[in-house]
Ligand binder design. Structure first.
Ligand SMILES: Cc1ncc(COP(=O)(O)O)c(C=O)c1O
Length: 363
């Protein structure tokens, strides 16, 4: 297979990575940097991997404008492990946190947090079928709240906070599905986390960025791996790190810097999303997006067709035309086009052309 016969991959994650990164990985796979072995055969304590690891930490910090008083941690266990690790690390036995219920992922975070700490629901979109994000004024904070947890982009529902809530307590944001596709306001955060496998690289790696003065204040007896302080004091090499995922992410981060950094990716995301939403909105209801306009995701564009048979055919015919992974999540149905950082604009152009043709053939 060559770069020219790759498909247009709209997967919700893991997903498309830049071809130039994949080619670099291929080219140095058998002999990394003259070591006579691949990076995944190297010792994580050796000089070759150490340079890769430290550069990835530095590049993440630079690209995301992370202030010096925040730690950047590379961890295993996906974003899912952080659903419990965040409250374990940020809340003592007497602390409490609020959770904004914006859909599937917010509920998972809340469910896990409930098992290990005192947390409460500060808003729920259930009555509106999770078709929008709340305004700041709708969020109900209780006295003594230590942090407010939000999911900046709901990957399944296709919603995003256009602006994160502006509240009197620090935010903790799960940015798994819009990580480094928008600027992060560190001043309003105690912690940001996410899996790498959508915007940043392969699966197997989660990134946690946490305000250092919040480390070790939990007063709990945590096992060392679950304690963020362990990873901060060991540059995320307290144990064997997910080397391959970090190595590939390092290349993606460098590619993002070369391509203009976060402002460029924020603009690209808005452009990709607006092309798809325009196609939906201009179809006079033939395609319909269930999400309120101001909450529409720039990463996961969800839409419906007039009936489920047409949706099935849409997915099959799109795949035959080289556009794959367009089926909506099994819990909600419909179509979902995930358009993460590395998805070329040409893939979106191909999809909107296909949508226009499919509609004219079938309406
Ligand atoms: C918003 C969000 N949070 C958390 C997760 C869980 O991530 P992981 O599979 O890395 O545990 C996902 C996965 O898709 C997600 O979309």
């Amino acid at each position: 297979m060559t770069a020219s016969n790759r498909v247009h991959n709209f997967c919700a994650g893991p997903c498309t990575l830049p071809v130039s990164v994949l080619e670099e990985v291929r080219d140095e796979f058998l002999d990394f940097g003259g070591t006579g072995m691949s990076i995944i055969e190297s010792s994580h304590r050796g000089a070759a991997y150490d340079a890769v690891h430290m550069q990835a930490l530095a590049d993440f910090r630079e690209l995301a404008n992370v202030p010096d008083d925040f730690a950047v941690l590379f961890l295993q266990g996906g974003a899912s492990l952080q659903f419990a690790a965040v409250p374990m690390n940020l809340l003592s036995d007497s602390d409490m946190a609020g959770y904004v219920n914006t859909g599937t992922w917010a509920q998972k975070a809340f469910g896990d947090a409930k098992k290990v700490a005192q947390v409460y629901e500060a808003w729920s979109g259930a009555e509106d079928s999770f078709n929008r994000m709340p305004t700041t004024g709708e969020i109900q904070l209780q006295e003594g709240t230590r942090y407010l947890h939000v999911t900046s982009n709901e990957t399944i529902g296709g919603t995003r906070f256009p602006e994160l809530p502006s509240v009197d307590v620090p935010l903790v944001s799960d940015m798994s599905s819009d990580f480094l596709s928008r600027e992060i306001d560190w001043g309003s955060h105690d912690l940001v986390y996410g899996g790498a496998q959508k915007n940043l690289g392969p699966a197997g790696l989660a990134i946690v960025v946490v305000r250092r003065d919040r480390l070790s204040s939990h007063g709990r007896s945590l096992s060392p791996y679950l304690d963020y302080a362990t990873h901060d004091s060991n540059d995320s090499m307290a144990n064997t790190p997910p080397m391959f995922a970090i190595y590939v992410m390092g290349k993606v981060l460098r590619w993002m810097k070369d391509e203009g950094g976060l402002p460029a990716f924020e603009q690209r995301a808005a452009k990709r999303a607006s092309m798809l939403y325009n196609t939906i909105d201009e179809s006079n209801g033939w395609y319909s997006c269930p999400v309120e306009e101001t909450s529409r995701s720039h990463m996961n564009i969800v839409f419906r067709l007039p009936d489920e048979d047409l949706e099935k055919r849409f997915v099959i015919e799109a795949a035959a035309a080289g556009m794959v992974n367009l089926k909506g999540h099994r819990s909600v149905g419909g179509i979902r086009a995930s358009v993460y950082n590395a998805l070329p604009l040409a893939s979106v152009e191909t999809l909107v052309d296909f949508m226009a043709e499919f509609r004219s053939t079938n309406s």
